[in-house]
Design a protein around this ligand. Structure first.
Ligand SMILES: CC(C)(COP(=O)(O)OP(=O)(O)OC[C@H]1O[C@@H](n2cnc3c(N)ncnc32)[C@H](O)[C@@H]1OP(=O)(O)O)[C@@H](O)C(=O)NCCC(=O)NCCS
Length: 308
């Protein structure tokens, strides 16, 4: 295959991996300006991830005069409840917008031929994503991270959940699920964890939950889990993830969320973590205002496009 841009498009092969992994690692390295703990900065770490796409129908490269100038590799997956394809942050690089256009045109045709009409792409947060918007993609999820610092003073009104708190945590988690299903976020319906699952989580001890109380009632929670990473860029033993945060409606904007994050961060620091990461839906206007205010920095934006 060739075109007027003098690009040659072909399936990703093993002999493309080194050049593709080098392009990804260079972009990851640039992201270290935002967060020093970012992964994927070593081509040797990226190569095995790309190797798994060799032979895939949804992985192609662009070459110009025999040199690799970009590649894209989509993972077939259900996205927002629909059959789709997801291009993760380590599975795309292009040295100019025209290459991105050509690569996505090719991979979208391949996904559509397999009846996969919902496409997701996770891009480094410093990427110029206009070329994706031109295809009809829009931002849906932002992943953020923060280096942990001790909170000065004592954090009051927060306790770490014990097993007898499982019902309270399950109830707050249930309310978070219902909140995210409603306007303006409209996440597809998911079952919230039942009390037994929450009890198991608390007993395990590695994924703690923090509960806020106003003296008479429990009004919010924050949950941490070292294994809840979304992007590979934010995985690693030193990063813990927040996979639940909720304050009841009548108690918001009163500093409860901030105190929960402070207590969770203090626990994480004492446990030996150096950073806290999480993702939020960009349509969740409260989260989009709250997390940056807490000092979190975007690392990856995920964009979605659906057509039928
Ligand atoms: C996000 C949430 C946990 C924040 O809890 P909170 O107790 O209201 O947070 P705080 O009072 O500590 O807010 C700290 C700062 O964040 C910012 N902020 C929080 N909510 C905001 C909002 N709705 N609009 C604008 N800024 C907001 C403000 O700067 C605020 O400081 P200020 O009130 O002095 O201006 C809460 O709004 C919530 O439960 N939302 C629904 C569930 C949810 O979105 N969870 C997060 C999923 S990722």
């Amino acid at each position: 295959m060739g075109d007027s841009l003098n690009l040659h498009i072909e399936p990703l092969r093993s002999d493309h991996i080194q050049a593709a992994a080098t392009m990804v690692a260079q972009r990851a390295m640039a992201m270290r300006r935002r967060f020093g703990g970012i992964r994927l900065t070593d081509p040797g770490e990226v190569s095995p991830l790309l190797q798994s796409f060799v032979g895939s129908d949804f992985a192609v490269v662009a070459e110009r005069e025999g040199r690799l100038v970009g590649f894209i590799a989509a993972i077939p997956a259900r996205l927002w409840g629909k059959p789709g394809g997801h291009v993760r942050e380590y599975a795309f690089a292009a040295n100019e917008p025209a290459v991105t256009r050509t690569l996505y045109a090719e991979v979208s045709a391949r996904l559509a031929a397999a009846d996969r009409y919902t496409h997701g792409v996770s891009l480094w947060a410093d990427a110029d994503d206009r070329v994706w918007h031109d295809f009809g993609f829009g931002r849906v999820v932002t992943e953020v991270v923060q280096e942990l610092k001790p909170t000065p003073g004592r954090v009051t009104g927060i306790r770490m959940a014990e097993v007898e708190d499982a019902l309270i945590v399950a109830d707050l988690d249930y309310r978070l699920h219902r909140y995210l299903e409603a306007a303006p976020v409209f996440l597809p319906k998911r079952r919230a964890p039942d009390v037994g699952t929450v009890e198991h989580r608390i007993t395990k001890g590695t994924a703690p939950v923090f509960i806020a109380s106003d003296g008479s009632a429990d009004i919010g929670y924050v949950a941490l889990d070292p294994e809840a990473a979304e992007s590979v860029a934010l995985t690693g033993d030193e990063i813990v993830h927040c996979n639940g945060a909720f304050v009841v409606e009548d108690s918001r904007r009163d500093g409860t969320g901030s105190r929960l994050v402070a207590a969770a961060s203090n626990w994480a620091l004492e446990t030996g973590y150096t950073a806290l990461a999480l993702d939020f839906e960009t349509a969740n206007t409260m989260a989009a205002a709250f997390w940056p205010k807490m000092g979190f920095t975007p690392v990856v934006h995920s964009l979605r496009r659906t057509f039928a």
